[in-house]
Design a binder for this molecule. Sequence first.
Ligand code: ADP
Ligand code: MG
Length: 701
Amino acid sequence: MTSFLDTSITFIKGIGPQKAEVLQKELSIFTYQDFLTYYPFRYVDRTQYHSIKDVTEDGVYYQLRGFIVELDFIGEKSAKRLVAKLKDSTGIIELVWFQGAKWMVDKLKAETEFVVYGKASQFMGRFNMAHPEVNKVTDEFLIHQSAFQAVYYSTEKLKGRGLDSEGIRKCQRVLNSQLTPQVIIETLTPTLLSDFNLLPKIDALKQIHFPDTRLMLEKAKFRLKFEELFYVQLRLLRSNLVRQHITQGFVFSKVGEVFNTFYAHHLPFELTNAQKRVVKEIRADMCSGKQMSRLVQGDVGSGKTLVALLSMLLAIDNNYQTCLMAPTEILAKQHFETISNLVKPLGLSVALLTGSTKVKERREILEKLQSGEINILIGTHALIEDAVQFNQLGLVVIDEQHRFGVAQRAKLHKKNTQPPHVLIMTATPIPRTLAMTLYGDLDTSVIDELPPGRKPITTMHFKENQRLRLIGFMKEQIALGRQVYVVFPLIQESEKMDYQNLQNGFDELIRDFPPPQFQISIVHGKLTPQQKEFEMQRFIKHETQIMVATTVIEVGVNIPNASVMVIESAERFGLSQLHQLRGRVGRGADKSYCILMTSYKLSEDSKLRMETMVRTNDGFEISEVDLRLRGPGDLDGTQQSGVMDLKIADLAHDAQILQMARTAAQTILNEDPNLMNDENQILVHQLKIQGKTKGSWSKIG
Ligand code: ADP
Ligand code: MG
């Protein structure tokens, strides 16, 4: 027998096959459970009425009370609409229906008082309301008018089937009246309920849709958010436990000659304390006998490469091979050069494998990998192809993790009968809440310190009318011997236009910076790797002073003499991208600048983004603003994470509840790691139910 919550929504009185179909198609609502967790997005006070004369603001919702004094169809054919005049003691306002008019006209014919609720809009100097909610004034209706009336998100298609917010609310009321303790089983333990003073589930579900008071509404929200976040955390922490207990890891017990020689004689600089700490954390993982899955977060320029290298040396000391995977060819190449140089005195074998590696060379590399001759393999996605087989892979380092999908990571994981240790390095600082949720099953290290001597980058925001100033500034800096990046946005949907912009920008630059005095490199996605490399090299060798690029230089590139970053159409970039781009400068001894060029008129969001960039260099602060602006859905990596399944909790605002929920989950697992206690069977049951619908996205790393 289907349980109450699994019952099809077609059994709700008022939802026939047609309504059910749009609910399924538009909102993926199939069952009672889906419908009950279709939470309101806001609440309005419906106990108050406005006078018609007070309807004075465009786009604002008003609730009116009056009689219909005129009712007419106006216009022809497609422009045909129903217009009703509503009158109260202070004035008259027009109500308009373009669709569903037939159904409305019958309702409005009744000679009775109506309550009308809708958004006012100004038209030819007068206010009207299109498609307002209309109800006859009855005792029944007035009783249900609440000071906290739920408002539900609806779509045009839903509205066409009578499922506007009001329609949805009516169905919710029908369903709500059927909620009993027999059908709504509690999903949290008595201990949790009392420790956190939580409403019982059934009350929370009733109050969230039909709150009695503000206090009850707040309590309902808290309970439901807590539950949601609690289960996310319980799942993550459990899979972490499982990984630690079941997945054995190679034991790198030795700190041997390779590591020690490098550390004592070839370190290019003293490690920062943060680097030292993170290396220690990694070392501890590698000795633990458990498989490491560690995320290293560190702002751009914090020195993650060196941390990765030291970890790789530990693997080599214990007779394992290691690989480093980067998201772009340029970055892989750069890592290859940096690392080859650093380890040259150690006599290690380092190889580079990318999509453009020649067949013959590739064959050679693959052979040497299998024989174990190669110690360190560096590359792009090419590393995860099946043909790439190691002799004994002990450690995988993934740089700039957010560009790799979960599936790709999983594939790397399988490159050995026993999974290698995995180190993930990301320069995209993510808010703590998101990290806890996205990477809650990974161990996390943070490099929260930049190498000494870095000068903070000065960021300026110029608008189009200040372009002359920009050109002057660039010339000044070039005269001082500096180099300049000029970055244009490249957004796939309008690729053609973007390339046009890039080309136009390039042509303009040549006009403002004419040869032979000035030389300009250009790098974009349409070039072959060889062409890109050629252009990069010209810039690296300082044969060119300006490098025009699309976002290909977004990650990793390290050219200390380039001290000015100009970002064109900066309003088209997200905050984390802007921050990444800015991180390309400020790497040398010179004072560095980032200049954000935008059009003159900006949206509020864009303004806030520019202001944030100008105000701070702190990647974490920037990521918090980013999260608030965009919501977690648009942040890198969240799609596969399950974060998007959250129905009520909001990672941008519910950090405190998240922390509580995580602590609660941790406490339970500390006391009862296998969830064997009687009381915890509720949790086991709930995890099982959720597992069926959610899949196993948490198995990453
Ligand atoms: P990211 O964390 O962005 O990958 P990198 O590893 O590329 O940063 O390091 C950025 C720059 O800082 C490089 O030029 C690197 O040589 C330098 N660097 C790294 N660690 C230190 C340190 N401890 N002291 C001084 N410079 C360092
Ligand atoms: Mg890096």
